[in-house]
Design a protein around this ligand. Sequence first.
Ligand code: ADP
Ligand code: MG
Length: 559
Amino acid sequence: MGDQPMVIMSEESQRTSGDDAQSMNITAGKAVAEAARTTLGPKGMDKMLVGSAGNVVVTNDGVTILKEMEIDHPAANMIVEVAETQEEEVSDGTTSAVVIGGDLLSQAEDLLEQDVHPTSIEQGYRQASEKAKQLLEEIAIDVDANDTDTLEQIAATAMTGKGAENAKDRLAELVVGAVTSVADDTGVDTDNIKVETLVGGAIEDSELIDGVVVDKERVSDSMPYFAEDASVAVIDDSLEVAETEIDTDVNVTNPDQLEEFLDREQKQLREMVDEIVDTGADVVFVQDGIDDLAQQYLADAGILAARRTKSSDAEQIARATGAQIVGNVSDIETDDLGFAGSVAQQDVGGSQQLVIEDVEDAASVTLLLRGGTEHVVDEVERAISDSLGVVRITLEDGKALPGGGAPEAQLALELRQFADSVGGREQLAVEAFADALETIPRTLAENGGLDPIDSLVELRSQHDAGTATAGLNVTTGDVIDMDEAGVVEPLRVKTQAIGSATEAAVMLLRIDDVIAAGDLKGGQVNAGDDDDAGGPPAGGPGGMGGGMGGMGGGMGGMM
Ligand code: ADP
Ligand code: MG
């Protein structure tokens, strides 16, 4: 062994250790939360996100914002993952989860400055999180599957602050109608709810249609426009003769040859259609094109056919009717067909569409969402997806909580009492956890243009006095009973948000060494951090992250 130091990392690698690593990660995590927090609650602002290809998304939806930001700082990404998990598991509460996570980090930063060891913070946070879960279960109310009023309140609460806000009562009715009609003993399969959007008309014109609606007309006017007791084929293929076969195989030199060639093409199309006719199909959804001649043959056989069916539609039709999607038309058999009591072309929201009803396998419904412009409809669709999810979860668990910051305020109160029994350094962490939860009502107040201190003081005093359901009316600034106000959320949305925010914060705190194979700084998020709000965005390859940073600051300034 010589005197040479052992080199274990390549020259390009970057290493940040100890306090530096910790503070870098905390800053990145907090920055993400800061970018999302102005959108929280009914009075939250929207963000306009401009992608690298110039595509524009206007949204209030936490997870959509964070995904579109294309954050590539590894620590910041762990907070983004909290939002993604929240979305996958419970559909709603993504902003809350990220805001709580960010504040747990910022509280931890203070504790670290007071020389509380990360392990004590971790233990305190974990105990607080467990306790919080238990307390939430205690204050949750039971929701019966037939309790349409409460379900509609839950559906509406999930839509507040989104573009759907104005029509939320109408949409809540449709959402609850949709979820309850696909619910059965085994649970709720929201895949049986097709969400179809239509630009034009008002949001209030949205409707719930029994069955699967496919935005297609029959491919030829000589086909029937409806079929009863219909056998339905779904084919992921075309009813055309491939171009290449024509170009390469034939060298036409005289009229006879042309005739022969056309005969051959005709024969191939005939065979394809015969394959279908032989199965006894009444209706055919084809994912690719249908040749004019094939259309004619199908019409002659009395078959209703649609071409260029979107693959998501094809899957929905197959699910609903029990059809097997056939990849190659020559393989089709009677067994592959599904069944529907009726398939009809009819006017849906002003355009001709195919409506498939009385299907074989499952109850299937279509939520037809309307709105003035593409952006409006897209945002309504995101709100509806949250809303469908929370109603499903409530039906599954049968448990709900008041919203408007009520549960967080109640938890803060009870966790502070619990902290005394914890003792030691961990006690400080439990108290910090309680403070972090209060960020939710504080942010709701801030975003509503209210004085956050006044709001918190009033909220605390009502909870002290025993009103566990006291929350914020963000319009008037009054503290009111959230159950009476009809602001209700599923229990699982809160437990999941608190649980995953804790996990992410703890994970980041435990890291004392960051070793990166490339340049870390490039992707750093700079989302309106307190010190330099509105300052020049961090440049580098994470351009989107940097751009949004400036925006986060700007939005904050508008409040
Ligand atoms: P998230 O992505 O966390 O769901 P939202 O922007 O949807 O973020 O805001 C959710 C928060 O807004 C919850 O704390 C919820 O209780 C609260 N909230 C929703 N509707 C109301 C209302 N009408 N009044 C007061 N608070 C509300
Ligand atoms: Mg929400």
